[in-house]
Design a protein around this ligand. Structure first.
Ligand code: NG1
Length: 508
């Protein structure tokens, strides 16, 4: 497995010939659904630019089955790609500019930007910044790669996305990865930047745009394989290991329809959690005798610290219980614990850390750390159960469901990243026959993922549809815009990012 994985890190993003290599063909869906979508994209491209697109690049969103808010602590996660993806059709542009149009032109009006990879991000959470993330990943971060491009090419692009935005299924990374593939293909780097490096570059680029993210989303979008969930290990080296979900169950995604736009709440939510984990790490390291740590920051994350101690997850949980206090720390208390006057110095590598410090009066260090070690352990329990061929199938899926329920509870009660709607839809899912149900992705809104016995799927979907149709309090509105099947659906692990062979465009 080790050497197999080394090879995948060095592979390049594949160029594929046919849509059935990418999409599942349940009941002839490729013809009915996906071909139509690509034809529409091609027609819209021609209407806008007067020519047909030469290439298509695509990258999927993901569902995280288990392992929430632990990738940035260095721990492994267990996601799968979903079929919903970003597709970008493009041709080269004689002019030194990048024109971008979106099928959804009302939400995402046309934009023109220069080809300069070092240009600044737009102020605020503008969608073009995700394009820039992917563009910069390839052309502005690692000199080893971008020095091979004498002059970045101008581009005309048409974007189509089926990944619901701000819903915890990583539309931001699917966007970033898809843009990175356009940038590498258009500039002749598709056989220069291997998948392992590309995913790391995409992570760095998304961090430049503001989120102190880990690497789960970009990595699964690039490494995913059809019908395989993946255990993504970041340490000691990046690995994407196949995980077979038992055949008797399926995963279903339910959108709570309460969007959670991460970039608008970094100071109080996502990046705050990253800061809380950092404070917890520093205090634990001091308490276990590593006086120099707070100043020198010897350990980048909890993973490195645990490795240094040689402790099990259980021992880490005991350490947290003995040394961290429940109920929150004020900034002054954190300073006192660490024996320092200024916290910002310890957070230099975390984007928007100043906002986190200025916007918060309480940091919940015990709760966050306790979640992280519990969740990190659940990920491996989940993987081991999936791998265990001796276990009775019914017992196995029951245990997997329980781990997902425990994960949700921990996200809700310790990490405080659930929402009333996510609690409602996960509970409704359990009551409707799911073996387990949890929030997926960053949380505070967005989607749930549930594990359902295959034979109960139809009944399950019928029951959970009531989440969308039931009468709610006056003034309370879910963001339903069109057909419900976009919000509640069974999902099969999908294919990772790819380029479509230009021949495909000729016969389409
Ligand atoms: P989403 O669900 O896309 O907001 C985020 C991070 C992940 C991970 C999860 C929580 C980005 C791009 N991704 O995902 O790295 O930390 O939250 O597990 O910010």
């Amino acid at each position: 497995m080790e050497s197999e994985q080394q090879d995948t890190n060095l592979e390049f993003v594949p160029i594929l010939n046919h849509l059935p290599e990418i999409y599942h063909d349940n009941n002839g869906e490729v013809k009915q659904k996906h071909e139509g979508r690509f034809k529409n994209l091609k027609d819209r491209f021609k209407q806008i630019y007067g020519v047909v697109p030469k290439y298509f690049c695509r990258a999927p969103g993901r569902v995280n089955i288990i392992g929430e808010h632990i990738d940035y602590c260095g721990y492994s996660v267990l996601p799968a790609a979903i079929e919903q993806d970003f597709v970008m059709a493009y041709v080269l542009n004689e002019a030194d500019e990048i024109e971008l149009n979106n099928i959804d032109k009302d939400q995402y009006p046309a934009e023109k930007i220069s080809t300069d990879p070092f240009q600044k991000f737009k102020e605020g959470p503008h969608w073009i910044n995700y394009f820039l993330c992917g563009y910069k990943a390839v052309l502005a971060i690692d000199e080893k790669y971008y020095s091979q491009v004498t002059k970045p090419r101008g581009l005309k692009i048409m974007i189509d996305s089926l990944v619901p935005p701000a819903a915890g299924v990583s539309s931001s990374s699917a966007f970033t990865v898809c843009a990175s593939i356009v940038a590498l293909h258009a500039n002749g780097l598709e056989t220069k930047i291997p998948k392992g490096d590309l995913s790391k570059l995409c992570v760095l680029a998304e961090r430049m745009a503001g989120t102190a993210c880990g690497g789960m989303d970009q990595t699964i979008s690039i490494f995913a394989e059809k019908n395989q969930a993946k255990l993504i290990e970041f340490n000691p080296t990046l690995k994407a290991i196949d995980v077979k979900i038992p055949a008797s169950v399926v995963l279903a995604i339910g959108n709570s329809l309460t969007p959670s736009p991460k970039l608008l709440t970094l100071g109080t939510r996502y990046n705050k959690r990253v800061v809380e984990c950092r404070f917890a790490l520093l205090i634990l390291a001091l308490r276990t005798g590593d006086i120099s740590h707070a100043k020198e920051q010897k350990f980048k994350n909890f993973y490195e610290f645990q490795k240094h101690l040689g402790y099990s997850y259980q021992q880490m949980l005991e350490l947290v219980s003995s040394h961290l206090q429940k109920g929150g720390y004020t900034p002054d208390k954190v300073k006192k614990e660490l024996g320092i006057d200024d916290l910002t110095d310890l957070l230099k590598d975390i984007p928007y850390a100043n906002e986190v410090i200025s916007q918060n009066y309480q940091f919940h260090l015990f709760e966050r750390a306790y979640h992280v070690f519990g969740e990190a352990s659940r990920v491996y329990e989940f993987k081991e159960l999936c791998d265990d061929e001796t276990l009775d199938e019914a017992v196995k899926v029951q245990k997997l469901g329980q781990l997902m329920n425990d994960s949700h509870k921990s996200c809700r009660d310790l990490y405080d990243c659930s929402s009333p709607e996510l609690d409602e839809i996960t509970q409704l899912s359990r009551d409707s026959g799911a073996l387990g149900s949890r929030l997926t992705g960053a949380g505070w809104g967005g989607c749930s993922v549930s594990l359902i016995p295959k034979d109960n799927l139809e009944q399950f979907l019928d029951k959970v549809f009531t989440y969308y149709t039931k009468e709610r309090e006056p003034g309370y509105q879910l963001w339903i815009t069109d057909d419900l099947e976009r919000y509640l659906f069974a999902t099969q692990p999908g294919k990772g990012a790819c380029i479509l062979d230009p021949q495909y465009c000729l016969w389409m």
